[in-house]
Ligand binder design. Structure first.
Ligand code: SIN
Ligand code: FE
Length: 266
């Protein structure tokens, strides 16, 4: 828990999650052209981003739902201190890591921290659990960057405060689900500034991290600077956690950015 909160990626190389019964649907061409991921909402069972229909669609949804339950059980067992505040977000299946036609801002091959334009978190942490289910034994290739405080210090001078009333306007126009806070605004600007910075992308500090087929890994993707360069077929489950659930709230991006800006951000 302390390691995760301080920017480490936890790798669990040999857990079992069997996808053989759904192999024909998950390794078929299951994602819509131009869509990065198949996306599943565990709250209502809705599946998006795939052209499959009929029983093939149902079986894909079942496999993603099963991963969602598995990832939740894993977090509850491994990190019981988070159980009370744990909130489940969307689940995804990622048939490919990289799409060559994306804008810089949407291109997750570029180093970034996660921040969602339409889905404000208001300071809550983003914990993600990934699993590489590549049938050919190919790794998923990440790059992991500098500590969050260094990353924030680098790009903070390029950020601007949110215009008054903007959070309410975006919400009224349904650009966002919920209210974009000053924290969300700042995190989005850090995300965009990093992705658009060619020099940083080419030469900024980073280390290669390859996650082998069969591996499971998790990290707080709101503070671990990361990029996914390659690899096909991975599952991902998103969780949200309040800063108050952290063992060390001071290590959260919210508290770090508040200390750096001298402002309250939510
Ligand atoms: C990302 O969160 O940037 C992508 C991670 C992945 O799909 O491996
Ligand atoms: Fe990301």
């Amino acid at each position: 828990m302390a390691l995760l909160e301080h920017g480490h990626v936890l790798v669990l190389p040999d857990l079992t999650f069997d996808v053989s019964e759904a192999a024909d649907v998950i390794y078929a061409d299951v994602s819509d052209a131009g869509v990065k991921n198949v996306s599943y909402n565990p709250a209502n069972g809705e599946l998006k981003g795939t052209p499959l229909d009929g029983t093939a669609r149902e079986r894909l949804a079942d496999a993603v739902a099963r991963y969602s339950d598995w990832a939740e059980a894993l977090v509850r067992e491994l990190l019981p201190a988070y159980a009370k505040g744990l909130e489940k977000g969307r689940t995804s299946f990622r048939p490919r890591a990289a799409d060559h036609n994306l804008s810089k801002r949407k291109d997750d091959r570029r180093l970034h921290v996660d921040a969602f334009p339409s889905n404000p978190v208001q300071g809550r942490r983003i914990l993600r659990v990934f699993r590489n289910v590549n049938p050919a034994g190919e790794a998923r290739n990440w790059r992991v960057g500098e500590p969050f405080a260094d990353f924030a210090a680098r790009f903070l001078p390029q950020t601007r405060p949110m215009a008054p009333g903007m959070g309410a306007i975006l919400q009224a126009l349904r650009v966002t689900t919920g209210r974009r806070s000053a924290y969300d605004h700042l995190m989005l600007q850090l995300h965009d500034a990093a992705k658009e910075h060619d020099e940083y992308q080419a030469h900024g500090p980073r280390w290669a991290a390859d996650f082998p087929a069969g591996a499971t890994w998790m990290c707080f993707t709101d503070s671990v600077v990361h990029a996914a360069l390659g690899g096909r077929y991975a599952f991902e489950q998103t969780f949200y956690l309040p800063v108050s659930a952290m063992g060390d709230p001071a290590a959260s991006p919210l508290r770090i950015l508040e200390a750096m800006t001298g402002r309250r951000l939510v």
